[in-house]
Design a protein around this ligand. Structure first.
Ligand code: DUC
Ligand code: ZN
Ligand code: ZN
Ligand code: ZN
Length: 485
C-alpha cells in the first residue's frame, strides 16, 4: 500500500494550531509529526491543513415543487470537493404514505454516484404506525440518527403538532435527534394567498409571505415540544434573530438545542428580492428567505458566541428555466439556492479574514461541531491518527471571483456571482485521494461511501428537568391513605 505525506503545512483543528506533517495510508491518517516521509508528497507550504468540510444540509436530485433539484450526487459532491467540503448529509424524503426504508432505497440508488462520503437524515413527512415501527431499524440497522420535520409546506411535507409530538417522543425513546424546518406553514399559506389575491405575484412577495415571526414562532414551538418529549433538537437554516433568540434561551436553560445558519443568510440580504430583474430575484427564492442586516448580525454574533453551532448551505439548486415555473405566481417558484462549492471560501472570506471568526472557530462550525452532533466524530471532522483522511489543504492567499461559468454545479447561475473570495483549497483529499489540486478536478465518480451514525441512547437526551419534575406520581400524605377514601 502506498503512503502519502502532506508536508510543510500548519494543522488547524477546532482547538489547536501547530506545525506538523500528516502521513496517510489506505484512506486513513496513520501518523502526525515532524519530518515524516511517504511514497507521494503533497506540499502545503504557506497552507493550513484542516478537516474537510461537512455540509449537513443538502437536497441533491430532490423531487420538490413539481420538479427535481438539478444538482445530483455527482455534480453536487464534485462542487463540494472543489470548495473543500468532503462530506455531505442529504435528506431522504418519503412521499406522504411511503415507508421510510422505501424512501431510503431511492436515496441509496441516487447516491451511488457520489464523489465523496455522505450520510442521510430521514424526513418524517407523515405519521402512522409504519413510520413509528420503521424508525427503530432506521436508527439501529441503517445508522441514521437524525429525523427532520417540516413545520412549513402545508399540504405537502408539513406535519402538525400532534404528529410532531408523537415523533419526538418516539425519537427520545430510540436515542435519535429531532430536526425541524421551523416556519409556521399555516400562516405562510394564509399570507401567500392574501398576497396573490392583492396582485403581488413577483418573487419579492415570497419574502413578504415568510416574515421572521413565522420562523420565531415555529422555532419556539419546536423547542417547547422537544422539551416536553425530552429529545435533542437541531434547528436547520436558522435565519433570524427571533429564531436565534429562542435557541439562545433554550441553551441557557440547559436544553440540548442547536442552530444552523446558512452561508447564504450570513452573506446575502433581502435587497436581492427587489432587483428589477425577475430572474435575479427568483433565483434567490429559498425558504426561509434572505433577511436584513440586523438579522445577519445576529447570526454572526451567534457563531462567535457559540449559540449557533454549524454553517450549512441547504444546497438545493434549480436552473433559471425551473425557476420560471413561477412566472405570474411566486408560490410556484421552486424554493432553493446552491452554495456547496462556495460555503468554505465565503465563510473564510467574510468570517476569518474580517476577524469575526478565528481559524479554529471556522473549523468548528464547518466540520467538527456537526461531526460530534451527528455521531461520526472523530472518523470525520478531525485531524487525528485513525481518522479518515478527509482533509483540505487551505491556501489563505489564493483568490478568485465566483462565477457560474467556472463552477462545478450544473445550474446556469450562482447566487454569489461576482463576489471575490480569498482563501481556497490547494488540495482537497477524500479518504486520502486527491480530488482537487489547484482547482483541477480529479474526482472519482462512485467512490463516496455511506457513513453510518448510531443513535445516542441514553446520553444525549435534552437536559431540561421538566419531564422528571412533572411526571405524574401518587401524592404521598402522611396519615392519609394514598388510594381513595
Ligand atoms: N428550503 C428551500 O429553500 N429549499 C429546499 C427545502 C427548504 O426547506
Ligand atoms: Zn428546510
Ligand atoms: Zn433544506
Ligand atoms: Zn500544485
Amino acid at each position: 500500500m502506498t503512503t502519502k505525506v502532506i508536508k510543510n503545512g500548519t494543522i488547524v483543528t477546532a482547538d489547536l494550531t501547530y506545525k506538523a506533517d500528516v502521513l496517510i495510508e489506505n484512506g486513513t491518517i496513520i501518523e502526525i509529526g515532524a519530518n515524516l516521509t511517504g511514497d507521494e508528497q503533497l506540499d502545503a507550504t504557506g497552507c493550513y491543513i484542516m478537516p474537510g468540510g461537512i455540509d449537513p444540509h443538502t437536497h441533491l436530485e430532490m423531487p420538490f415543487m413539481g420538479t427535481y433539484s438539478t444538482d445530483d450526487f455527482e455534480s453536487g459532491t464534485r462542487a463540494a470537493l472543489a470548495g473543500g467540503t468532503t462530506m455531505v448529509v442529504d435528506f431522504a424524503l418519503p412521499s406522504p404514505g411511503q415507508g421510510l426504508h422505501d424512501a431510503l432505497q431511492m436515496w441509496d440508488n441516487k447516491s451511488t454516484r457520489a464523489n465523496c462520503d455522505y450520510s442521510f437524515h430521514m424526513a418524517v413527512t407523515w405519521w402512522g404506525e409504519q413510520v413509528f415501527n420503521e424508525m427503530e431499524s432506521v436508527i439501529k440497522d441503517r445508522g441514521i440518527n437524525t429525523f427532520k420535520h417540516f413545520l412549513a409546506y402545508k399540504g405537502a411535507l408539513m406535519v402538525n403538532d400532534d404528529e410532531l409530538y408523537a415523533s419526538f417522543n418516539r425519537l427520545a425513546d430510540l436515542g435519535g435527534i429531532a430536526m425541524v424546518h421551523a416556519e409556521n406553514g399555516d400562516v405562510v399559506a394564509e399570507l401567500s394567498a392574501k398576497l396573490l389575491a392583492e396582485g403581488n405575484t413577483g418573487p419579492e412577495a415570497h419574502a413578504y409571505s415568510r416574515p421572521t415571526q413565522v420562523e420565531g414562532e415555529a422555532t419556539n414551538r419546536a423547542i417547547m415540544i422537544a422539551d416536553m418529549a425530552g429529545v435533542p433538537l437541531y434547528v436547520v437554516h436558522t435565519s433570524c434573530e427571533e429564531a436565534h433568540e429562542a435557541i439562545r434561551r433554550a441553551k441557557m436553560q440547559g436544553k440540548r438545542v442547536w442552530g444552523e445558519p446558512l452561508i447564504q443568510h450570513l452573506t446575502l440580504d433581502e435587497s436581492e428580492y427587489f432587483n428589477k430583474d425577475w430572474d435575479h430575484a427568483a433565483r434567490r427564492v429559498m425558504s426561509p428567505p434572505f433577511r436584513n442586516k440586523q438579522h445577519q448580525d445576529s447570526l454572526w454574533a451567534g457563531l462567535q458566541a457559540g449559540t449557533l453551532s454549524v454553517v450549512a448551505t441547504d444546497h438545493c439548486a434549480f436552473s433559471t428555466e425551473q425557476k420560471r415555473y413561477g412566472v405570474g405566481d411566486f408560490t410556484k417558484i421552486p424554493n432553493g439556492t446552491g452554495g456547496l462549492e462556495d460555503r468554505m471560501p465565503m465563510l473564510w472570506t467574510h468570517g476569518v479574514n474580517t476577524g469575526r471568526l478565528t481559524m479554529n472557530e471556522f473549523v468548528a462550525v464547518t466540520s467538527t461541531n456537526i461531526a460530534k452532533i451527528l455521531n461520526c466524530y472523530p472518523k470525520k471532522g478531525a485531524v487525528l491518527v485513525g481518522a479518515d483522511a478527509d482533509l483540505v489543504v487551505w491556501d489563505p492567499e489564493k483568490t478568485k471571483t465566483i462565477t457560474a461559468s467556472s463552477q462545478q454545479s450544473a445550474i446556469d447561475y450562482n447566487v454569489f456571482e461576482g463576489k471575490e473570495v480569498k482563501g481556497l483549497p490547494r488540495f482537497t483529499l477524500t479518504r486520502g485521494h486527491v480530488a482537487v489540486h489547484d482547482g483541477e478536478i480529479r474526482t472519482q465518480e462512485g467512490s463516496g461511501k455511506f457513513v453510518k451514525r448510531e443513535g445516542n441512547t441514553p446520553v444525549n437526551r435534552a437536559l431540561s428537568s421538566w419531564k422528571e419534575l412533572t411526571a405524574p406520581r401518587p401524592v404521598q400524605r402522611s396519615g392519609i391513605p394514598a388510594t381513595g377514601v
